[in-house]
Write a protein that binds this ligand. Structure first.
Ligand SMILES: [Zn+2]
Ligand SMILES: [Zn+2]
Length: 362
């Protein structure tokens, strides 16, 4: 094995730029693996940090960005292991769950490293070096096997957005008994549509403000209809009902993270419907009697997903023959990370990913 001693990493100084710096290729310690990064996604939470909230991002991925290599959606191939690794070895293709938890608190024991309560909890790309580099030093405990049928880009998408969408859909029990309404067709909403199809939803309807995003969603062949919202949630729900030929969707998920989007998900749900909230930020405001009680609705809220659910999702996608990478609209080498971030923060139609392994000389 001929590993390089130095590599390039992408950093987010908080001034709306992504900068490249050279750093040493790390060596795995006990229980750690060194991964040659095949693909690393750019996420809405990264964008939030560098373009909107320069002081940090409490509540989404921990208290602060500690000036580390960015990128919390990595997938790649293990090239070296430290002492004591028991499950994975060199050559294994893996997805990296984006938070390293203590492994011992109740949430970690449930597989929800995201909700780890230990001060040792660290997110890749926020508190410890992440995936926007040629190599990533990861805890073996955060690795999930990437099935052979899936690419590294597929894996990078599962690492965050697809995992988040899957968890939200599992909570509301999407299946062939009913339709699925997806509000907000950014990368997570596109994931929800694709996974909802895989889970057997009868029809899948999306609502999205941006015409480019609706057009991109239409091209995926996943949505039975994509609709532009009306100014009023009840009016949008009327469009959803028309598209479904039914009074509403048995299951609905908000991936927009906006107050208006959440209202649309609630209004578009059928009687006895189940609504999932996964979009971050903002508020939820709703009339209660007609909108919730009289419709016998159940609301679920979920944050990212668990390690076992991520592994289950990877296996399911392979079996269903679905490829997350179809939601990717733009791919960039590490050297063009700054352009990639600008596109992801602005006019991208779908998901933006970096491909460190395709770098010349990597
Ligand atoms: Zn993410
Ligand atoms: Zn923990």
């Amino acid at each position: 094995m001929s590993l390089k001693h130095d590599m390039t990493g992408v950093y987010l100084p908080g001034d709306s730029t992504a900068v490249l710096r050279e750093l040493a290729v790390p060596e795995p310690g006990p229980g750690q693996v060194l991964i040659e990064v095949g693909a690393s996604g750019i996420c809405g939470s990264d964008i939030g940090y560098i373009y909107h909230e320069h002081k940090g991002h409490r509540g989404v991925d921990g208290p602060a960005y500690r000036g580390v290599v960015a990128g919390h959606e990595p997938s790649g191939r293990i090239v070296a292991t430290g002492p004591g690794c028991r499950r994975f070895g060199s050559g294994d293709r893996v997805i990296v769950y984006h938070i390293a938890g203590c492994g011992l608190c109740d949430n970690c024991r449930r597989g929800y490293f995201i909700s780890c309560t230990s001060p040792q909890r660290e997110s890749y790309g926020w508190q410890r070096d992440g995936g926007h580099a040629h190599y990533l030093l990861a805890e073996e405990s955060t690795c999930v096997r990437l099935p052979d049928e899936l690419s590294y880009v597929d894996g990078a998408l599962i690492a965050c957005g697809f995992g988040t969408a899957y968890e939200g859909l599992r909570r509301i029990g999407v299946n062939g008994d009913g339709d699925l309404l997806v509000v907000g067709l950014g990368p997570v909403g596109l994931a929800a549509g694709m996974i909802g199809k895989g889970m057997g939803a009868r029809r899948v309807v999306g609502v999205e403000v941006s015409p480019q995003r609706r057009e991109w969603a239409d091209g995926l062949g996943v949505f039975d209809a994509t609709l532009a919202p009306e100014p009023d949630a009840e009016a949008t729900a009327g469009l959803v009902a028309d598209a479904l030929g039914a009074p509403g969707a048995l299951t609905a998920i908000d991936c927009s993270g906006s107050r208006a989007g959440r209202s649309t998900a609630i209004a578009g749900a059928a009687e006895w419907g189940r609504v999932s909230l996964v979009g971050e930020g903002g508020t939820l405001e709703t009339e209660v009697s007609d909108s919730l009680l009289h419709k016998q609705l159940t609301l679920y809220a979920s944050w990212v997903t668990s390690l076992p659910a991520m592994a289950e999702l990877a296996g399911n996608l392979a079996r269903w023959g679905l490829r997350p990478e179809h939601v990717v609209s733009d791919r960039f080498p590490l050297a063009e990370a700054d352009e990639a971030y600008q596109l992801a923060a602005g006019a991208s139609k779908g998901k933006v990913v970096l491909l460190p392994s395709e770098e010349p000389g990597s």
